[in-house]
Ligand binder design. Sequence first.
Ligand SMILES: N[C@H](CCC[C@H](N)C(=O)O)C(=O)O
Length: 276
Amino acid sequence: MKVRFTKMHGLGNDFVVLDGVRQSLALTPDQLRQLADRRFGIGCDQILLVEAPTRPDADFRYRIFNADGGEVEQCGNGARCFVRFVREQGLTAQREIVVETMKGLIRPREGEDGNITVDMGVPRFAPDAIPFISPVDAVVQPLMVGDDEVMISVVSMGNPHAVQLVADVDTAPVASQGLLIENHLRFPQRVNAGFMQVVDRHAVRLRVFERGAGETLACGTGACAAAVAGIRRGLLDSPVRVATRGGELSIEWAGDEQPVFMSGPATTVFTGEIDL
Ligand SMILES: N[C@H](CCC[C@H](N)C(=O)O)C(=O)O
């Protein structure tokens, strides 16, 4: 089967984007893993599938698959690429779109300057919303990672995040500890592991070991989760500049039941066709 695709990235977090509106696609996990494979396929962190909506209040449906082939609830960098893709492909002329995801609606908007802001919805913290097996609902709590006790904040942006403070992201044990946290038994659906260095009350540096993909150059929902966790801990004030290895995102959150807004770029690299 010939499949048309577009290769895109948000600050180096890269995607294979598929138009499931004008081509009928039902890809198996093996086919998804092949697309994501950086040697035997196209190569990407996630595959984004654009489809017609299943609910009347949405313009499109947005399905996200990690490089390991698993379908997940949310992707922030992907949401910015999504609105750029549907506009570039002529699927819509709207600057703001309402997108149906596995966990509700998000609203990406492409500005006149090409920068994209996304209403990422309201963050959730209760253990069963993450999900995280815990007797307490606390802003910070201990997690045994191997022989080390790590203090984490858990946040759901639709997808699960465990954020910890580090003195220097460049020397943080992202690969070793990130893998252990991702697969920790107290996270029944696994988790994205964030390592955040506070620079000042409006700026952090962040690295994320992503569920199903390993460390990426940037993680949009991870940036939202880190900024929200820092604000809840009284360490940060909105807006927060989040410096990732791939570039900078701006995160705004007014607290409580307010939505999180993420702003940043989206880039189209090339288009192609692949036999699956
Ligand atoms: N690995 C994530 C999905 C991709 C999120 C990330 N690429 C972003 O920009 O938010 C998860 O399993 O929840």
